[in-house]
Design a protein around this ligand. Sequence first.
Ligand SMILES: Cc1cc2nc3c(=O)[nH]c(=O)nc-3n(C[C@H](O)[C@H](O)[C@H](O)COP(=O)(O)OP(=O)(O)OC[C@H]3O[C@@H](n4cnc5c(N)ncnc54)[C@H](O)[C@@H]3O)c2cc1C
Ligand SMILES: *[C@@H]1O[C@H](CO)[C@@H](O)[C@H](O)[C@H]1NC(C)=O
Ligand SMILES: *[C@@H]1O[C@H](CO)[C@@H](O)[C@H](O)[C@H]1NC(C)=O
Ligand SMILES: *[C@@H]1O[C@H](CO)[C@@H](O)[C@H](O)[C@H]1NC(C)=O
Ligand SMILES: *[C@@H]1O[C@H](CO)[C@@H](O)[C@H](O)[C@H]1NC(C)=O
Length: 516
Amino acid sequence: MMHWRNLEVLLAAVMVAWAVPSSCLKASPVAPRGDGSWIEGGVSPRANALQQMGAQLSAEAEIYFPWSDEFDAATTRWSVLEAPKVNVVVVPGTAEDVALTIKFANKFHLPFLAYNSAHGAITTLGRMNYGIEIYLSQLSGVEIAADGQTATIGGGTLSKVVTDALWDAGKQTVTGTCECVSALGPALGGGHGWLQGRHGLVADQFVSMDIVLANGTLTTIDESSDLWWAVKGAGHNFGIVTSVTSTIYDIEHSDWAIETLIFTGDKVEEVYQAANDHLLQNGTQPVDIINWSYWLNNPDADPENPVILFWIIQEGVTAVDSAYLQPFLDIGPIVDAPDAGTYLDLAAWTGISADDAPCQKAGLVNPRFPTYLKEYDVAAQREAYDLFASSVGGDSVFNNSLFMFEGYSTQGVKAVDEESAAFAFREDNLLTAPLLSYVPDGEELDEQAKVLGNQLRQILRDGSGSEELHAYVNYAYGDETVEQWYGYEEWRQEKLAMLKEKYDPEGKFSFFGPIA
Ligand SMILES: Cc1cc2nc3c(=O)[nH]c(=O)nc-3n(C[C@H](O)[C@H](O)[C@H](O)COP(=O)(O)OP(=O)(O)OC[C@H]3O[C@@H](n4cnc5c(N)ncnc54)[C@H](O)[C@@H]3O)c2cc1C
Ligand SMILES: *[C@@H]1O[C@H](CO)[C@@H](O)[C@H](O)[C@H]1NC(C)=O
Ligand SMILES: *[C@@H]1O[C@H](CO)[C@@H](O)[C@H](O)[C@H]1NC(C)=O
Ligand SMILES: *[C@@H]1O[C@H](CO)[C@@H](O)[C@H](O)[C@H]1NC(C)=O
Ligand SMILES: *[C@@H]1O[C@H](CO)[C@@H](O)[C@H](O)[C@H]1NC(C)=O
């Protein structure tokens, strides 16, 4: 690994490297700042200052420069569409290192951005054209309090590390479902997960956190801070969280069961009518039930059209109750496969374990176009399916795409006062989004994807009868409005704007779903 102590040797090379025209850069998301002012004739004051800052960082801290394998690994993202561009990576070893790096960046008017597991795909990230990546990978760890009521989770810890550490101690908490995604990335936008029906969103578990503010001040906040409301749903806008202390629970039910059903596209109406009637039950889906469906191509099952991959997942049992299952069996799936295990198996069952395709960073463009719904509108599901099938089926460049319908149970989410957090969409029940996945091939194709993705979500939105678009900021494409990410209520918008003005008046944290 390249350590900051090697900085002196490296800097000379790097300063030259940054003078190379961007056309000579290899396919890494690095480009020299357009006006060349960073470089200033070889060894710049900034380079010297970076060296001085490096000397103040903890012994564990690292700095990576372009053309190193470490830099490439630390800057590779899950979606390459309008990705941020950075010139240097600082890997803090401590929370104080984060504070020092931000102070340094501010002094030299350099943009900075936290990178966690780099699955953030919102196109507003592309507004970062140069600057410092603060890569949180070393701030990883889980410490369970002696009383067993809380755990302190490092700002750069992956969800799977949290789940496994707690499981070993007979504990669990709400995390995102995907093993390779960080704990804090989802949480700062609310955070959906398997256990939200029991305990609420990931952010609802926060008890206190250490956060570095826009001016480089490291501080500890809890419910007594006015910032507390904002970090639970709009957190990306307010600071870099170096650790969070969250509520944890004894494992109540270690058994989980899943039924994997596959239907052909002609069954869309019947499947989603049954989902409304037997699972969603007017938005009070049983707390132990989660159902997800994906539309995707599976040429073995249907060579012409996407299939409906439908999962019914149940907590506390070794087989899904027939009361939930039978209505779907009656529709006539082409595949029906039960499985049973524990909470730890859920990610692999649903194709989002660390080994699965969605966890790989394969250089693809992966935009999503989310909309929350209260229930399925069967006619809209049909219309969306038909457009999806005709646009992504067969040999289409988009044929690796998914249409995701996530039906978590919601009791825990709705039990929390909706005014208590910046997350604005507790009354919704379903999280839907087409995920158009494709190999990058220029702006025209990106535009085509943007049009198609927006058409697909518009169909669902029209079907919902709602004027408002409720878009989960963590899935957002990036063309939505601030109201569509953080809620339409005037008091929410005023509160967000007031807090932004107080804590980040210069908009240092304005790359991910920016408020202003
Ligand atoms: C395969 C996959 C599965 C997913 N599963 C879920 C899920 O189950 N539930 C869910 O709610 N969402 C899920 N998401 C969406 C996820 O919440 C967002 O993609 C999120 O941005 C990912 O965070 P990250 O750390 O990977 O990304 P990054 O790109 O590293 O981070 C995203 C942004 O978050 C901010 N950030 C990250 N860490 C910190 C920190 N410690 N302090 C301050 N700011 C920080 C930064 O602004 C950064 O730009 C999933 C996404 C993918 C691709
Ligand atoms: C669902 O809600 C509708 C409208 O509020 C009501 O008419 C209907 O009876 C409800 N159905 C169930 C199963 O609760
Ligand atoms: C997608 O299309 C390509 C050709 O463009 C084809 O080779 C591939 O098999 C298709 N994949 C699926 C899942 O249909
Ligand atoms: C279960 O899934 C179906 C389809 O995915 C959805 O209509 C239904 O609302 C889901 N249930 C809940 C409680 O979200
Ligand atoms: C940094 O910002 C916070 C929040 O606005 C403020 O309380 C603190 O005094 C500031 N610190 C410095 C050193 O300016």
